[in-house]
Design a protein around this ligand. Sequence first.
Ligand SMILES: Cc1ncc(COP(=O)(O)OP(=O)(O)O)c(N)n1
Ligand SMILES: Cc1ncsc1CCOP(=O)(O)O
Ligand SMILES: [Mg+2]
Length: 209
Amino acid sequence: MPECRLYLITPPALPDLTGFADSLARALDAGDVAALQLRLKDQPDDAVLRAAAALRPIAQARDVALLMNDRMDLAKQAGCDGVHLGQGDGDPVAARKLLGAEATIGVTCHASRHLAMEAGEAGADYVAFGAFFPTGTKQVQHQAEPEILEWWAEMFELPCVAIGGITAANCAPLVRAGADFLAVVGAVWSHPEGPAAGVRAMNAAIAAA
Ligand SMILES: Cc1ncc(COP(=O)(O)OP(=O)(O)O)c(N)n1
Ligand SMILES: Cc1ncsc1CCOP(=O)(O)O
Ligand SMILES: [Mg+2]
């Protein structure tokens, strides 16, 4: 079975940044996390930059890549390792030009093979498919099936990310289908025993898949 790793995404608002930074450190120390995406919604730029400045050293110290959601300009300003772009968030070619060859650029491809091939041609470092399961984190308009991961993994070397309602209890088919990363919000931040337990549970489920 090819390796699959956890990709952690922040909650959409961080009213207690200091408290969140502590929880994040404990969560990252609980098990393998490949990347952290800062995904703050409807927040002023200065709040996003403040959050990035607080979280970047925590991620960096643990060798976890920090990606900015939506905004390549803020990724650059904050010194992030990359950016995640949705279909309306800008051009991966422009992001590459701005952030450089070493940056990680991810692109949302919903459930579309066409969008994924387009993202690959535009120089994305990963393509993201979803939502695989119902999610309360975001109102989604696209539903993906594990077959798209199988198809992608068979056809292309470029890593693929699965997202949307993924938990320790439902992730096995996605791992088996060839997802390189599982991106989660709720499975970690809303885990009943806390985020560190969420990371442990996800890693155990990935290993058992
Ligand atoms: C890893 C990953 N995959 C998909 C998304 C969704 O991006 P987008 O479609 O731009 O939606 P928002 O996250 O901006 O609401 C993501 N953020 N990360
Ligand atoms: C950002 C995003 N894009 C598609 S589903 C989703 C939400 C993922 O959050 P959760 O893991 O809580 O379902
Ligand atoms: Mg977006």
